[in-house]
Unconditional design. Structure first.
Length: 232
């Protein structure tokens, strides 16, 4: 496991933004999968305020990694959070944003429509996947014990009993094929699950990272697992 450890959440936030911008230097089309949740929000705020100018000329397709099945103007919407942060100053002309259009149908048809659009755009592989981590080891909406983990294709709907809610998400095969992955995690409550990953437990995040060529854990000191410290 490759770790970059930051002494505080603020340093993690700015460090993650810098790592993303560094990764997106260069030419040619790029596809960036965006995690939802609270951890990446300040990272997207930095990218949307001062970072975007550095990558505005590159043809970037931003895609939501997953979505809560709520309207796009709902406070829980990942797409809404991304619009308010990463795209606070608008979307550069060379960029495009592919989201799950939860306003246009039921979970299965929304996932299918997203997949159709993905294929229309000719997306073959994620260039950079920004992943969050739940304390149960989920990432995107690949929750433990759900059928999402067995889904093929590009996107799938999933009912999450623990949350009593539907979600739509990129699938394990698509996330696993990303060229580069950054798992961004902060806080004491994430250390225990990272320790479980470091100990070899097969959680959804572990399965996404399996065989990954270029995967990095960007964590603050509170989330950094002692097991990794001891195994040094
Ligand atoms: C979501 C995310 C999800 C998130 C984790 C961690 O839609 O919520 O895609 O996978 O990354 O639940 O969330 P926090 O960053 O809020 O702890």
């Amino acid at each position: 496991m490759n770790f970059r450890i930051f002494e505080s959440v603020d340093e993690l936030t700015s460090g993650a933004a810098d790592a993303i911008l560094d990764e997106l230097r260069g030419d040619g089309p790029a596809v960036v999968a965006l995690s939802g949740g609270s951890t990446p929000r300040p990272v997207y705020e930095i990218l949307g305020s001062v970072g975007m100018d550095r990558i505005a000329s590159r043809a970037i397709t931003w895609v939501t990694g997953d979505e809560r099945f709520v309207p796009p103007d709902h406070p829980d919407s990942n797409a809404r959070m991304i619009q308010q942060t990463l795209f606070a100053r608008g979307i550069p002309p060379a960029h495009q944003f592919l989201r799950f259009e939860t306003e246009n149908g039921d979970p299965a048809s929304v996932a299918a429509a997203f997949e159709g659009r993905w294929r229309e755009l000719g997306i073959e592989r994620i260039t950079l996947s920004i992943l969050g981590l739940g304390s149960d080891g989920h990432t995107a909406s690949l929750f433990p014990g759900t059928n999402a983990l067995d889904a093929g294709g590009v996107a799938t709907e999933v009912f999450v009993p623990r949350l009593d809610t539907w979600r739509v998400t990129l699938t394990l095969p698509v996330l696993r094929e990303a060229a580069t992955m950054f798992v961004v995690a902060a806080g004491e409550d994430k250390r225990a699950v990272i320790e479980r990953v470091a100990a070899g437990e097969e959680l959804p995040i572990s399965r996404v990272l399996q065989g990954a060529g270029n995967a990095w854990w960007l964590v603050d000191r509170a989330a950094y697992p002692k097991i990794a410290e001891e195994s040094k």
